[in-house]
Design a protein around this ligand. Structure first.
Ligand SMILES: [Zn+2]
Length: 398
């Protein structure tokens, strides 16, 4: 078999073992469409390299003879860190190669927006402190994953724009990699939420799903055929900026009619200010107060949230009509604003999708915090270091 075929075979097999958790060789052959003798040969190489290990199966063995064994990813093979940068903090987790969490912590961020040089120094300091606290030191890490909001080219860790950085066009991955002497993998944080759902959350074992994140803005991650879909310039999946109205409301991005301009915090407050001015009551209220008012039956507040929910539903229905995913996950920390996933919103999504005699995609709500974003970043680092390990293996075999 040609070397590049062996390389892609090893990569397919390692991904399948990771997805399954533990799996017998015979099932691996069936799932990957690789012949059983080749599976045996390639898994032997992965075992020799220390990336995969045999583990006793909990299924009964068929009759006498050799007890059946499963294969699993070997946790001790590598250790990676994952970081999520927010306005206030750097959250960090350390995972082993199998995705088991070894440590987690959070340090306050000195300033929400900094120069690239200051941000690199601050992140490097946090990673060193975290790795020391976990007892492995930076030398004990095989890679670092970082999630940042903004427009990122994940193939080279290049940040075109981020609200966390003063400069545009920052080679953040490269600079961090130099500062820490580690491979560094940077991606947009919404993509890393999708990664976290794929490895640890509701997306486990689901090949095609969409995650919509609701934070300050509206983000999205798309997983198609088990792979995160990033577009060609790193600026795809900008769900917040799909257009929902011709010549509509002004968005933060400078354009008109974006989804975000109807459902983000600032949009709701802007509308409340206009509506309450019309009714003569004056000041804009905070979102929490507006939400409270809606709960207490305030008709204006209710109509603002209902409209936001309907527009959000229209956006999600458009996504279903394009991608036809198995599952949609509505995910984020701020899911307390339940108007975005009220029964009537879900119903309105179902009414606006193409109707066939099959059930619509499943829609699930997943509320979680910064550590889960950091775990997504660590999962991205695991993918990256696995790729490096497999490339080394291929080069040594050639
Ligand atoms: Zn916009």
């Amino acid at each position: 078999m040609a070397q590049d075929q062996r390389h892609s075979g090893r990569s397919t097999i390692l991904a399948a073992i990771r997805k399954a958790g533990r799996i017998a060789r015979v099932d691996l052959a069936r799932q990957t469409d690789i012949s059983p003798p080749t599976v045996t040969a390639l898994t032997a190489e992965l075992i020799a390299e220390g990336l995969v290990e045999e583990t006793a199966t909990d299924r009964p063995s068929a009759g006498r003879g050799r007890p059946r064994v499963d294969l699993a990813v070997r946790g001790a093979a590598r250790r990676v860190a994952g970081l999520k940068l927010t306005n206030q903090a750097i959250s960090m987790v350390i995972l082993d190669f199998a995705g088991e969490e070894l440590a987690e912590f959070s340090v306050p961020l000195e300033q929400a927006q900094a120069s690239i040089a200051d941000m690199v120094a601050e992140i490097a300091r946090a990673v060193r402190a975290g790795a020391d606290e976990a007892g492995c030191g930076v030398e004990g890490l095989a890679g670092l994953g970082l999630g940042i909001s903004g427009i990122v080219d994940a193939t080279r860790g290049f940040v075109y724009w981020s609200p966390s950085l003063q400069e545009r066009n920052a080679p953040l991955g490269e600079l961090l990699s130099q500062a820490l002497s580690l491979p560094v993998f940077v991606d947009n944080d919404a993509n890393l939420v999708a990664m976290a759902e794929k490895y640890f959350g509701l997306g486990r074992g689901v090949s095609d799903f969409i995650v919509a994140t609701i934070e300050n803005g509206v983000g999205m991650g798309i997983v198609l055929g088990d792979e995160l879909y990033r577009g060609t310039r790193g600026c795809g999946a900008e769900f917040g900026h799909i257009k929902v109205e011709l010549d509509g409301a002004l968005c933060r991005c400078g354009q008109r009619g974006c989804l975000e301009a109807y459902v983000a915090d600032y949009a709701l407050l802007r509308e409340a200010a206009v509506a309450t001015d019309l009714s003569g009551s004056g000041d804009a209220r905070s979102l929490d107060a507006l939400f409270e008012a809606a709960k207490n039956g305030d008709a204006i507040a209710q109509s603002i949230f209902r409209r936001a929910g309907r527009i959000f539903a229209m956006g999600l229905a458009n996504l279903v009509n394009i991608f036809d995913p198995q599952l949609i996950i509505l995910s984020g920390e701020r899911m307390q604003y339940d108007y975005l996933y009220a029964d009537e919103v879900i119903e309105s999504i179902r009414e606006s999708i193409v109707q066939i005699d099959l059930p619509p995609p499943d829609i699930q709500i997943h509320k979680w915090g910064d550590q889960m974003w950091a775990k997504g970043a660590a999962a991205f680092a695991i993918e990256g270091v696995a790729k490096i390990a497999l490339e080394n293996l291929a080069n040594n075999a050639a």
